[in-house]
Design a protein. Structure first.
Length: 635
């Protein structure tokens, strides 16, 4: 097997990341200038009009402002911790007729950063110089939208530069190892027993403990990857005092942090969670900082500093001396509080980009765990690797890939993840988890054959899961011919109205068979998935209007494939949308997305699609044949 030089390969990646950076920046500029406000709100990228609440200094001494969304509360938005935002004022466009909805946006000259979001309330960190009075006007003309995320790119470029330049250190060793087929170093010891895990999970934990350099836990859908990872972290902590745990998204960091806390492990979460509840907030850095016994004293000193600044007797020598002494006292307290918090924590958890936080400066870890590693760009993985001497990756490269906006960068290989690279170069460090606990066997079988060489099997307790007697676990409901997809809006995507209506009818018919009382008593839940965002919003509107579905509102969720990552439901209905004479299926040909969609269902999976269009692709043809076969075997 020939291997290019790691340095050349990483330089190539840096170049591809630059292409992606400029493509995203340009797309963002175009979207900001061209896209109307209504569209931004529909996409979940803007809130308007805002009710602006109070401003205050948070525990980290940052000026923050509270804002509330007052419209479109049913649209799922994309605001989350750490994302940059920009405020704007919207005025009616004088060049347009007065009844037109068209507004001119005037952007404020500063950017903010989301500190946290809870439903329709968001707290944003803003610079001290931000014109708060102007924002807090009551005339309903202020809004906020997502801004281009320059920081994440800078952090990734910086990480690539470091790893390219690394010489004679641990990072250089890991870089050269990951890019070659040289054997990774391991410890030798007899396997430990974990009777509560299945054999492949037990093997995975042992492989993690034996590895000196790297190990990969490959977890197909429903195979208990998180359970295995928590066990591996728990065992590692019997040998090391502290580990670093990272993931690509805030949601994945929340999920693993919560499971570790449930195991009684002291977790310090850098950054704020996506779900704001007391349990999640209790292990965040910010909350722990506020709860520290020395915090009240620090707060009082900072308040005095702010008051003195606003009085500004700058020529007074005593003023300067007092200011300096207060500042150094504040720094001293801050260092002491941090030393306490980091000293007590066994797990430091953050997103990959969050691992660049200055709080971690100078920190070194024996082991870094990266969860959902198959969804992260390689550049992002190198951010925390520089702080660790061995790396454990967990994920599934047969599920969702990293999101890449630039097609040329994607085609040239930017989407190839570090996990894929290691799986290719070092199959011996990979453990495949092989028993799944989620799906009826018939639902799982197709995915197992196509993606995992038929190695994934069902646990006995879920093998024959079902809702109705004599039901087929998987169905394909053909969309009537001659009714096609429509294209709406330049960047907004595709819908298929008739298929959307058929999707709702199919669900109602199935509900009628189960019976209302049973659905409510057993809380049978449903996920409706469509790969296209426009179809998702259309389906949400139809469900809202449908009075028959009213009693089940809180049991039915509609989202894109990405929105269902890591989740499961009793019933899954998928609306495929594509229907045309040319057999065009667009990004449905990324089969990893489809793998995620079809493996969310525990007991019943219904696929709605035009099989003529879809069968032009081998995967969908096979899937259609598989489902038809199931039906025949039934009767």
């Amino acid at each position: 097997m020939t291997h290019t030089s790691p340095i050349l390969e990483l330089q190539r990646q840096r170049m591809l990341l630059e292409i992606e950076y400029y493509a995203e920046k340009e797309a963002f500029r175009r979207q900001t200038e061209m896209t109307g406000l209504e569209r931004k709100m529909k996409r979940g990228d803007a809130w308007f009009p805002l009710r602006v609440g109070k401003s205050f200094y948070n525990s980290l001494n940052q000026l923050t402002i509270e804002v509330f969304r007052t419209a479109d509360a049913d649209i799922e938005h994309n605001f989350e911790f750490g994302r940059p935002v920009i405020f704007f004022k919207a005025q009616p466009d004088s060049a347009q007729p007065s009844e037109s909805k068209h507004r001119q946006l005037h952007y404020f000259q500063f950017t903010g950063q989301v500190s946290y979001v809870d439903g329709d309330r968001m707290v944003v960190v803003v610079p001290d110089s931000a014109p708060l009075l102007e924002l807090q006007t009551t005339d309903q003309s202020v809004g906020v939208q997502l801004f281009f995320d320059e920081t994440s790119y800078k952090t990734m470029f910086d990480a690539l530069d470091r790893v390219i330049a690394a010489k004679n250190n641990r990072m250089a060793y890991l870089r050269d190892l990951f890019y070659s087929s040289a054997k990774a170093a391991t410890f030798r010891f007899d396997p430990m027993r974990f009777p509560w895990l299945n054999p492949t999970q037990e093997k995975a934990v042992n492989e993690v403990l034996r590895s000196k350099d790297v190990a990969v836990v490959h977890g197909p859908p429903g195979t208990g990857k998180t359970t295995t990872l928590v066990e591996a972290i728990h065992e590692t902590l019997r040998r090391e005092s502290q580990v670093l745990v990272c993931a690509q998204s805030n949601m994945a960091v929340d999920w693993i942090s919560e499971k570790l806390v449930d195991r009684g492990i002291n977790v310090l979460r850098i950054g704020n969670p996506t779900r704001v509840n007391d349990k999640m907030l209790s292990f965040t850095y910010e909350r722990r900082f506020e709860d520290h016994p020395d915090y009240a004293q620090l707060w009082a000193i900072r308040k005095t500093i702010r008051e003195m600044r606003s009085r500004k007797k700058s020529r007074d020598e005593r003023f300067h001396q007092k200011m300096e002494s207060l500042k150094s006292r504040a720094t001293e307290l801050e260092i002491r509080i941090n030393a306490d918090l980091f000293g007590q924590a066994r797990v430091i958890a953050s997103t990959l980009v969050g691992a660049a936080n200055r709080l971690l400066d100078g920190q070194k870890f024996g082991t870094l765990f990266i969860d959902e590693a198959a969804q992260a760009l390689e550049a992002a993985c190198w951010i925390p690797i520089r702080r660790a001497s061995r790396v454990i990756l967990a994920g599934d490269h047969c599920q969702l890939p990293p999101t890449i906006k630039s097609l040329p960068a994607l085609k040239a290989g930017l989407g190839k993840t570090l996990m894929e690279r290691i799986v290719e170069n070092k199959p011996e460090v990979v453990t495949l988890l092989q028993v799944q606990y989620r799906m009826n066997e018939a639902i799982m079988q197709f995915s197992s054959e196509w993606f995992y060489d038929g190695k994934v099997v069902s646990a006995p307790q879920v093998r024959h899961r079902g809702i109705l007697d004599y039901d087929t676990p998987m169905e394909w409901i053909a969309t009537p011919e001659g009714i096609g997809e429509e294209f709406i809006g330049e960047t907004f995507g595709r819908i298929n109205r008739k298929e959307a209506e058929l999707t709702i009818d199919t669900l109602k018919n199935y509900f009628a068979k189960i019976g209302k009382q049973r659905i409510l008593d057993e809380q049978i839940d449903v996920g409706i998935i469509s790969p296209y965002r426009a179809q998702v919003q259309l389906l949400r509107r139809l469900i809202k209007k449908d009075s028959t579905l009213k009693p089940y509102r809180n049991l039915v969720s509609v989202n894109t494939v990405d929105g269902f990552q890591g989740q499961e439901r009793d019933i899954i209905v998928i609306s495929m949308v594509r229907s045309n004479d040319d057999g065009e299926i667009g990004f449905l040909s990324d089969l990893r997305r489809m793998n995620v969609a079809i493996t969310r269902a525990r007991m019943k999976l219904m696929i709605l699609g035009d099989e003529r269009t879809l069968a032009s692709h081998k995967f969908y043809r096979k899937l259609y044949e598989y489902v038809s076969q199931l039906k025949e075997n039934k009767f």
